[in-house]
Design a protein around this ligand. Sequence first.
Ligand SMILES: Nc1nc2nc(S)n(CCO)c2c(=O)[nH]1
Length: 158
Amino acid sequence: MNIAYLSIGSNIGDRLQHLTEAVRLLHLHDEIEVTGISSVYETEPVGYTNQANFLNLVVRLETSLNPFELLGVCQGIENDLGRVREIRWGPRTVDLDILLYNNDNIESENLTVPHPRMDERAFVLVPLMEIAPNLVGVPIDDGGVIRWRKVEGVEHFL
Ligand SMILES: Nc1nc2nc(S)n(CCO)c2c(=O)[nH]1
C-alpha cells in the first residue's frame, strides 16, 4: 500500500462544492482510500495574482496506484469538474497536485515529486502540517533552487 498527499484548490464558482466533489471522487475510486483531510483554508493566489482567492485543502491517500496512474486520476477529476486550462497559472474550477508519494523522489516530464514548489506555498504547507505534523523535509541547494529531499529512513507518515 502506498501513501500519498495531494493539494486540492479551487477559485471559481462554488469552490467548497468543487473541493468536496474532488475528495468524494478520489474516495470513490476502487484503488484509493482517503485517510486524512485537512481543514479548508481561504488563501490569496500565488504565482498569477490577478485572480480570485482560492479555497485549499490537503488530503492523505492510501492507494495501490503508481504515481503516474494517480496523476491520471487527478487529471480525470479536474476534467470531470470542468477545468478549462485557459491561462496556465490562471483560475480553475479545481486543481489537484501530488505533493508526496511515499518517500519517493520522481523527476519526469509531467510529474515531479515532491512537488517542486510546495516548500514556498503556505497554502500547501499549513494544511499538510495539520494532517501530517511528523513529516520532515530537508532543503537542499540544487544549484540555487531550494528543493526538498526526503530524509531517508525516517517514518514520515503517521
Ligand atoms: N492560493 C493559491 N494560489 C495558487 N496559485 C496556483 S497556480 N494555484 C493552483 C495550484 O497549483 C493556487 C492555489 O491552489 N492556491
